[in-house]
Design a protein around this ligand. Structure first.
Ligand code: NAD
Length: 416
């Protein structure tokens, strides 16, 4: 139960509903998703066999605007996981005050086991199956775990071919050459950086001497590790799905990124100074800032007690379960919640969407300036409310996000 992300997401709604005295009808409404589609994706494999994959697209709430949320390819994807991720997107877009709702998609597949042709066919068939549910005014997907700009290009092309015209605004996180935005790829990491910097300022901590541990070394984990490494922080450990590597004096992140960009695993990186560790060991290392940036449910009631850091910066969505969250709070660890910390990605996705619709593209300087403005405004509001009410940063973030959704429901009324 603790590890079903949909149950975690619903529990979080209960916690915030109590805190803000939310109308019980709205509370129950928010625990439901507006729409969920399950699709079957048959693929003719290179060896002539047919393999069947299952995919999902879920819209939790479009009360404040079209759905927005990534697509995940992973053998562990379930409908409940996608529902939870869609719920978290609703709160994230609301907290950042973007005119977008919450959605998410997933396909139950290990993309590493597919050839490039099979991956393209899977993506195009999945897009065809969900085509009536997506669109610039309806729901705009983006990359998530194991999906990237190339996959977004295939989605954009499949959608466009079906509509008979180019529709770049149907997805974000596309290659720049076909309507993508500068700054989108590192945006989540940039957002994490701005939020951590602001938090350190409040805690009167200097960023440079901090020791950092990062779980997950993909788009989010790799970018934030690199930004903090360049800032001069000591990145003591990083990990990917193969396991982690640790060096108390600090890892050379630039070299590790070169390595993993070739599709290689961290566990195979050869440097005698570096010690191989498991993902479980990595999470309990003593450090200043722990950044879970892989998957949900990494800090649970089983290991929360052993976490030894000052700040948990949630790069991933839902990395800390509700029970673990309470344990960390009691230990005095500051948890910067996912819907605030990793909001940089959806923020620049929103900029990409706006640029596509207007067919007018911005410079990187403007992207980063506006990203910083939006994310720091959200940080300020969350931090202030948490101090005023003596509540956790997560509860404060939820109070702000859920209040805006509840207001929108009240203003729009219940149809018919
Ligand atoms: P990614 O596919 O680029 O990278 C994921 C990383 O996690 C890889 O290094 C992978 O090896 C590692 N990993 C996968 N399974 C693992 C496991 N069981 N244990 C340890 N490591 C594991 O994905 P990403 O885009 O960096 O997303 C990471 C997290 O951040 C997800 O929770 C995602 O929802 C969230 N997120 C992503 C974005 C974005 O813009 N990409 C935005 C907001 C939140």
């Amino acid at each position: 139960m603790e590890l079903n992300p949909f149950e975690v997401a619903k529990k979080q709604i209960d916690i915030v509903a109590e805190e803000m005295g939310l109308d019980p009808n709205v509370r129950e409404y928010l625990k439901r998703v507006e729409r969920a589609l399950i699709v079957t994706i048959p693929i003719l494999m290179d060896d002539g066999s047919i393999q069947i994959f299952e995919g999902y697209r879920v819209q939790h709430s479009t009360v404040r605007g079209p759905g927005k949320g990534g697509i995940r390819y992973s053998p562990e994807v379930t409908l409940d996981e996608v529902k939870a991720l869609a719920i978290w997107m609703t709160w994230k877009c609301s907290l950042l005050n973007l005119p977008l709702g919450g959605a998410k998609g997933g396909v139950c597949v290990d993309p590493r086991k597919l050839s490039n042709r099979e991956l393209e066919h899977l993506t195009r068939r999945y897009t065809s199956e969900i085509i009536n549910m997506i669109g610039p005014d309806i729901d705009i997907p983006a990359p998530d775990v194991n999906t990237n700009a190339q996959i977004m290009a295939w989605i954009m092309d499949t959608y466009s071919m079906n509509k008979g015209r180019s529709v770049p605004g149907v997805v974000t996180g596309k290659p720049i050459e076909i309507g993508g935005s500068v700054g989108r790829e590192p945006a989540t990491g940039m957002g994490l950086y701005y939020v951590l910097e602001a938090m350190c300022e409040r805690l009167k901590l200097d960023l440079k001497p901090l020791s950092i541990v990062v779980q997950g070394f993909g788009n989010v984990g790799g970018t934030i590790a690199d930004l903090l490494y360049k800032e001069g922080c000591k990145i003591m450990a990083v990990s990917d799905i193969s396991g982690g590597i640790y060096y108390s004096e600090g890892l050379e992140i630039d070299k590790l990124l070169e390595w993993t960009k070739q599709g290689k695993y961290l566990k195979d990186y050869e440097d005698k100074k570096y010690k191989l560790i498991t993902n479980d060991e990595l999470l309990t290392l003593e450090c200043d800032v722990l950044i879970p940036a892989a998957l949900e449910n990494q800090i649970t009631q089983n290991n929360a007690d052993k976490i030894k850091c000052k700040i948990v910066l949630e790069g991933a969505n839902g990395p800390v379960t509700t029970i673990a969250d309470k344990i960390l709070l009691d230990k005095g660890i500051k948890v910067i919640p996912d819907i605030l910390a990793n909001g940089g990605g959806v923020c620049v996705s929103y900029f990409e969407y706006v640029q596509d619709i207007r067919a007018y593209f911005w410079e990187l300087e403007r992207i980063n300036k506006e990203l910083k403005k939006i994310i720091l405004k959200a940080f300020e509001a969350v931090y202030t409310l948490s101090k005023e009410r003596n509540i956790s940063l997560r509860t404060a973030a939820y109070v702000i996000a859920v209040s805006r959704i509840a207001k929108a429901i009240e203003l729009r009324g219940i149809f018919p």
